[in-house]
Write a protein that binds this ligand. Structure first.
Ligand SMILES: Cc1cc2nc3c(=O)[nH]c(=O)nc-3n(C[C@H](O)[C@H](O)[C@H](O)COP(=O)(O)OP(=O)(O)OC[C@H]3O[C@@H](n4cnc5c(N)ncnc54)[C@H](O)[C@@H]3O)c2cc1C
Length: 300
């Protein structure tokens, strides 16, 4: 990494940024090399200023939340990683509105909304990422998606803090206008409905289904592949005879073939090679090209 400008160095120091941090502890796959600098801003203003300085310096950078949809190279990242986590996790409620810091746990926020008699996020109680990650990815499950109840998003771009009413038409399947390297989500406002009496039951049912059908006791990043039009990735992988296939410590889950798990001692390279193998075999078997939902950071 090139020499950082003094202003950026001072900002990183003020934020208590750490150097040479192993990313396995910050990702749900529990794999990956070290990142050169990890900074965790604590306010909207600091986030905007940090991003402005990083961009002005032209330094390679990444934004992460809880790392539950990431595969980070074993070679690490010679970059600044900006993590929006516990330091920006304030959640406020007023009537049917919830305003959450981007670093708040999406699942905890969803559960609390149900406990408070609200409806609209009961499907999200098993998603292990942050609110910022859910907005950026337009996370979804069981027929719901983040954009459904999202009202405003506050984000930083070019050093400015911008709050805007979301344009729902700009969201798609695991796609949002906020998953751009120059934008960083700071806060999100959700407008929910009053519970019609079924929210708790639905949430409990969805979580039960997850426990039964997903290998949640192993490190993973959830579904590795996007759902291809007219198919289910897990079914295609199973039909190609790949369930249980292993490369090193990475394994195609025998419980849900759409998941790759770290069955013990896996490297990111193991996971990457398994991803490529799945793509090749599924293409040969069914003609469908699977695309990754998981974001690959760094060199593989
Ligand atoms: C067991 C398990 C089950 C899962 N089930 C589901 C599911 O049902 N549905 C689903 O959609 N996903 C699921 N996931 C995947 C993952 O939890 C979601 O994609 C989640 O929204 C990612 O949030 P995160 O904070 O971990 O983001 P990260 O993994 O850290 O980052 C993901 C992407 O979001 C961007 N990002 C993160 N924070 C911000 C921010 N503040 N501003 C701008 N960009 C940001 C990153 O740059 C990156 O591109 C599952 C994962 C696991 C491990």
């Amino acid at each position: 990494m090139k020499e950082l400008p003094i202003e950026l160095k001072r900002m990183l120091d003020a934020l208590g940024a750490k150097e040479n941090v192993p990313m396995a502890q910050y990702t749900s796959f529990k794999t990956g090399g070290s990142v050169r600098i990890l900074a965790e801003p604590d306010t909207a203003e600091h986030t905007a200023e940090l991003m402005r300085l990083i961009e002005a310096a032209g330094v390679e950078h990444y934004v992460i939340g809880n790392g539950t949809n990431l595969l980070i190279s074993d070679k690490g990242l010679d970059a600044i990683v900006v993590r929006i986590g516990e330091k920006m996790a304030n959640v406020e409620r007023s009537g049917r509105t919830i305003i959450a810091g981007a670093g708040a746990s999406y699942a905890a926020m969803a559960k609390q909304s149900v406990q408070r008699g609200l409806m609209g996020l009961e499907w999200a109680a098993g998603i292990p990422g942050t609110v910022g990650g859910a907005v950026a990815m337009n996370a979804g499950a069981y027929g719901g998606e983040t954009a459904d109840t999202l009202k405003t998003v506050t984000y930083a771009e070019n050093g400015a803090i911008i709050k805007e009413t979301v344009d729902k038409t700009a969201f798609g399947y695991r796609l949002s206008p906020y998953c751009a390297p120059e934008r960083i989500v700071i806060e999100a406002e959700f407008e929910l409905n009053d519970d019609d009496g079924s929210a708790y039951e639905k949430m409990t049912d969805y979580n039960k289904r997850r426990r039964e059908k997903q290998p949640i006791n192993y490190p993973s990043a959830g579904s590795v592949f996007k759902r291809p039009e007219g198919h289910f990735a897990g079914a295609l992988i199973e039909q190609a005879g790949l369930k249980g296939t292993r490369i090193g410590g990475a394994e195609i889950s025998t419980l849900h073939a759409g998941f790759i798990i770290n069955a013990g001692g896996a490297t990111s390279r193991n996971v990457y090679e398994l991803i490529r193998l799945v793509q090749q075999k599924v293409k040969e078997h069914s003609g469908v090209q699977l695309e990754t939902e998981v974001k690959l950071l760094g060199e593989f």
